[in-house]
Design a binder for this molecule. Structure first.
Ligand code: ATP
Length: 234
């Protein structure tokens, strides 16, 4: 499998505060990988560091064979990394369709279009002229995912896309994941719901206090190992 994203000994800081310590993560072409861990474990910081929103330090931060540490966020986006941010962050004064179209600016050419996004999330068709904020939480999440897909990313980063949503809505949203991957986009999800992460990912990384404490395919990890890596219990 071709490696798409690789970090080696990644560190990240907020001022003097070190939030990541020696983090090694890889995502291969066509993979769905999940990052799990408790509040404050460093998962969002990892996403910020690889997208250029926070300075990344380390031996290696490469994407598609190119070193991306130190590149501005817009260059990293153009290289094919797009983020679905925690909390969705739609533009409140714009319609659903306008929010989606904004996602295409500064992105790459590729298979994703408005029609493809509406095909993925048919619920959005009837809402396309409504302001994004007039939608349910689940529909807003669909717009946030669609907006990121409109830039035709090679790797889609999803930060806690199930947060605050009802189980049925979470199921609908996660059903889109294999379809996104089949379209040629790899996926890295940050997920606090361990069961959900295990169900969707081919490999998971568990973070605790800024370090990777466990990684592997879900089928090879025991509940006891995951609990120890997640909570630090013995
Ligand atoms: P959550 O589920 O709460 O988002 P997380 O695993 O994504 O958790 P991070 O948000 O990456 O965790 O936080 C990692 C550490 O960095 C925590 O100790 C947190 O307090 C700290 N941190 C996060 N954002 C900032 C910031 N803007 N300034 C200073 N410290 C921060």
């Amino acid at each position: 499998m071709t490696t798409l994203l690789e970090t080696r000994a990644l560190e990240a800081f907020y001022g003097d505060f070190q939030a990541l310590f020696g983090v090694d993560v890889t995502v291969g072409e066509g993979e769905t990988v999940a990052l799990i861990g408790a509040n404050g474990a460093g998962k969002s910081t990892f996403l910020r560091a690889i997208t250029g929103l926070l300075p990344a330090k380390g031996q290696k931060v490469s994407f598609d064979g190119q070193e991306i540490a130190g590149l501005p966020a817009d260059r990293i986006h153009k290289a094919g990394l797009a983020m679905v941010p925690e909390g969705r962050r739609l533009f409140p004064s714009l319609t659903v369709e306008e929010n989606l179209l904004i996602g295409a600016s500064g992105g790459r050419k590729g298979p994703w279009s408005l029609a493809k996004v509406y095909d993925l999330f048919p619920d959005l068709v009837a809402k396309k002229n409504n302001p994004g904020t007039a939608l349910s939480g689940g529909q807003q999440q669909m717009v946030a995912i669609g907006r990121a897909l409109m830039s035709n990313p090679r790797l889609l980063l999803c930060d806690e896309i199930s947060l605050g949503l009802a189980p049925k809505v979470i199921k609908d949203i996660y059903e889109a994941v294999p379809r996104i991957r089949e379209g040629g986009t790899s996926i890295l999800v940050v997920e606090q719901d361990v069961g959900q992460a295990m169900a969707v990912a081919s490999r998971v990384y568990c973070f605790m206090e800024g370090r990777v404490t466990l990684s592997g395919p879900p089928g090879e990890l025991t509940r006891a190992e995951i609990a120890a890596a997640y909570f630090g219990t013995k």
